[in-house]
Design a protein around this ligand. Structure first.
Ligand code: NAP
Length: 228
């Protein structure tokens, strides 16, 4: 599939930037950043692809509303929405009982409520046949749950639940939604010891996103369905 209208949150670095770079070659891509400086810097770095950015913070409804108007100026509709923006707070290594409620709430706000807000606001632009990809994490997988990283794990397990719920509710609109784990990726969040480069990870994500076959209400890594 080519020439799709694609919107990606958190496109100025890491996996989001990798997706913008790869998908921007053959598609109409708009990505979000939190300030103009980051947007301009990303455009300079990705000068080989024709992409646009909008200013958006997933925690600020007014910014999402404004961004929606700007997205509409660049595309009549969205074929594929990537909820990629996310955070992993520095406190992530401490045990559950020592994790502050503030960290849990802040992480939930961005990683779980953020995607919900984006979908709620942009749904009007997503037609029948549209696709939504929530970038989740294996750290949110109940089937493989471990200790530590309480705030992040809770936020991603909840994002997975949100994905499942919306897959049922959006089915009648003909919109499909899945949660994916991008693998362990060399980004600011993943660190330098991660097993995948950004290029390796986004190639697999793009293959999945653009594939003729696209499931609904699943959790996947590299196109393979995972247990929740
Ligand atoms: P990253 O390098 O830390 O980049 C995170 C991106 O999210 C940045 O563009 C950041 O913008 C944006 N962002 C954060 N909070 C935001 C907010 N409130 N509103 C809008 N944008 C916001 O992370 P990454 O490794 O590329 O991760 C991307 C996604 O993959 C995340 O959802 C993450 O949980 C998931 N993931 C990553 C790995 C991994 O190994 N890297 C593994 C599993 C899942 P700023 O530059 O303005 O902060």
């Amino acid at each position: 599939m080519k020439n799709k209208n694609i919107f990606i949150t958190g496109g100025n670095r890491g996996i989001g930037k990798g997706l913008v770079k790869l998908l921007g070659k053959d598609n109409n891509v708009v990505f979000s950043v939190r300030d103009k400086e980051k947007g301009e810097k990303t455009l300079r770095e990705l000068r080989d692809v024709m992409v646009k950015y909008v200013l958006l913070d997933v925690n600020e409804i007014e910014s999402i509303s404004k961004a929606k108007q700007e997205i509409k100026m660049n595309m009549d509709y969205i074929d594929i929405l990537f909820n990629n923006a996310g955070i992993l707070i520095p406190e992530y290594e401490v045990p559950a009982f020592e994790t502050s409620e503030d960290s849990i709430l802040k992480t939930f706000e961005t990683n779980t409520l953020g995607p919900l807000r984006i979908i709620k606001f942009l749904l009007e632009l997503i037609p029948k046949g549209g696709r939504i990809i929530n970038v989740s994490s294996g750290m949110g997988q109940l089937d493989d749950m471990e200790g530590g990283s309480l705030a992040y794990r809770l936020s991603k397990t909840s994002l997975n639940a949100l994905t499942k719920i919306l897959s049922i509710e959006l089915d009648k609109r003909g919109i499909k939604i899945n949660a994916i784990c991008p693998g362990w990726v060399q980004t600011d969040m993943g660190g330098s010891n991660a097993t995948l480069t950004v290029e390796e990870s986004v190639e697999k994500i793009a293959d999945f996103a653009l594939n003729k076959e696209f499931p609904n209400g699943k959790f996947l890594r590299h196109g393979e369905i995972l247990p929740w």
